[in-house]
Design a protein around this ligand. Structure first.
Ligand code: SF4
Length: 453
């Protein structure tokens, strides 16, 4: 439901699904408490613990104080208490459905085409892979949605990203989105919702589409989406929260109409040549500062603070990044922690060893992904290679749970942000695909995954 916007007032948008976690909710629940409000519809809230949740095993809340620092442990206890008080089901330590909020939504079938989905996390755009309108909101808005199930919004502009061609061996969806952000710049999508289209769109799996939509926000876009198609329906058909029986048939009929008109016009368009795409890596402190892995770092670009960024990264302009020594490899986050991401990494790590002195941390996106990976023996491949295999969570994506990159250390990471200090104080981050991260773990330096393809 949408109440139309006017010049004076934004539209009132009904929210079909509200995803919550322990970090952006404490103030929102407190504000409900202060004003005597209840949660409008607890059935439309999906709650998990991910951001500051330890990735070492926690069997009981008593373990929490052993594996977590006081701040994160308090956030987790608050989340448990808030969900109990407001009647929201929480996927906590005892739930096999726990995981990163943007991994479990699709996995449970809560994410569906045409839904309006919000969460107090920027990478909510992930859910657009299913043809949902999904975007991040702030803490105050989290309170508004909990209390009213509605949000005030203005209509965004439209941006078409036309992707054509097929991915070559060693190249993946992460490389596509890094190329898109490089081309658009970190503010090229501001005020827009992106539709990812073109011949590549229909070839990509739902997990690949999620990786691309996930980072739409890094180009400044409000959200990103793919038109729902048979792949979308096949992904959702057996999920616990998907409609069943006649309701499924009716849903698919409705979802099939959620495509742009053939002759529609977009406010802005860009083209991406996927046929000629190489693996991409970042060299600076925003995701737009990216190059093909065998290019040299540019002497300059239009970013203000370009030199400062390279100084922070201790990376020289005019030189290649290939072969640059690293300290840490992180494979995880809501961008790249699904089963296909782990399979990509395992394919390269199989029978290999992580280089001496390199810490390689592999964190599944959910407990369900963990279970599936273990049933496929991927955990054994990772551990034999010398990598650490953990419980699910956001982990080194933002380093709130104790999993951090050390001060001054250089990490190749499959996460989505290479901002200064994002992975820990003084941490330096190179964003890359799981294939590139795995190849780099073996080499101990930035490595081209095509060497292992
Ligand atoms: S993995 Fe990173 S981006 Fe994704 S939900 Fe967690 S903190 Fe946010």
């Amino acid at each position: 439901m949408v109440l139309q916007e006017t010049e004076e007032t934004p539209a009132i948008l009904y929210i079909d699904l509200h995803l919550i976690h322990e970090v952006t909710t404490p103030q929102a629940f407190q504000s409900l408490r202060d004003q005597g409000f209840s949660v409008r519809d607890p059935n439309k809230v999906l709650a998990t613990m991910d951001h500051s949740t330890p990735t070492l095993p926690v069997k009981s809340l008593r373990d929490l104080d052993i594996v977590a620092e006081k701040g994160p442990a308090d956030q987790i206890r608050d989340m448990i208490r808030n969900c109990e008080e407001f009647g929201i089901e929480l996927h906590g330590f005892d739930s096999d459905k726990r995981g990163i909020v943007h991994v479990i939504g699709p996995e449970l079938g809560a994410t569906q085409p045409g839904k309006t989905i919000v969460c107090g996390d920027s990478h909510t755009s992930t859910h657009g892979a299913f043809g949902a309108l999904a975007f991040g909101i702030g803490t105050t808005e989290v309170g508004h949605v909990l209390a009213s199930q509605c949000l005030l919004q203005r209509k965004p502009r439209t941006l078409a990203v036309n992707m054509n061609g097929a991915l070559k061996s060693g190249v993946s969806a992460k490389d596509i989105i890094l190329r898109i952000i490089q081309k658009l710049g970190v503010d090229g999508g501001v005020g827009h919702v992106i539709e990812y289209r073109g011949s590549t769109a229909s070839i990509l799996s739902l997990e690949e589409r999620m990786t691309i939509c996930n980072m739409s926000i890094e180009a400044g876009a409000r959200a990103g989406m793919f038109a729902p198609d048979d792949k979308t329906f096949n992904y959702l058909i057996d999920k616990p929260m998907s409609p069943k029986g006649l309701a499924w048939d009716q849903a698919v009929e409705k979802w099939s109409t959620l495509v742009s008109d053939d002759n529609c016009e977009f406010d802005k368009e860009i083209d991406i040549d996927v046929d000629h795409l190489s693996p991409m890596i970042t060299y600076g402190t925003n995701p737009g500062m990216a190059i093909q892995i065998d290019d040299i770092v540019p002497e300059s670009n239009s970013d203000l603070g370009y030199k400062k960024s390279l100084n922070y990264m201790q990376i020289e302009a005019g030189r290649p990044l290939l072969g640059k020594e690293i300290d840490v490899v992180f494979i995880g986050s809501c961008t790249n922690s699904r089963i296909s991401d782990l399979e990509d990494a395992a394919e390269i790590l199989q029978g290999q060893k992580v280089a001496n002195g390199i810490r390689a941390l592999i964190v599944p996106g959910s407990q369900a992904v963990k279970k599936e990976a273990e049933s496929l023996g991927l955990d054994k491949i990772f551990e034999s290679a010398g990598a650490e295999w953990r419980e699910s969570g956001c982990s080194m994506c933002l380093g709130m749970n104790g999993d951090t990159v050390g001060n001054g250390q250089l990490a190749v990471s499959t996460s989505n942000r290479n901002f200064e200090g994002r992975q820990g104080k003084g941490a330096r981050t190179i964003l890359a695909s799981p294939k590139t991260a795995a190849a780099s773990a073996i080499a101990g330096s930035v490595e081209d995954p095509r060497k292992y393809s």
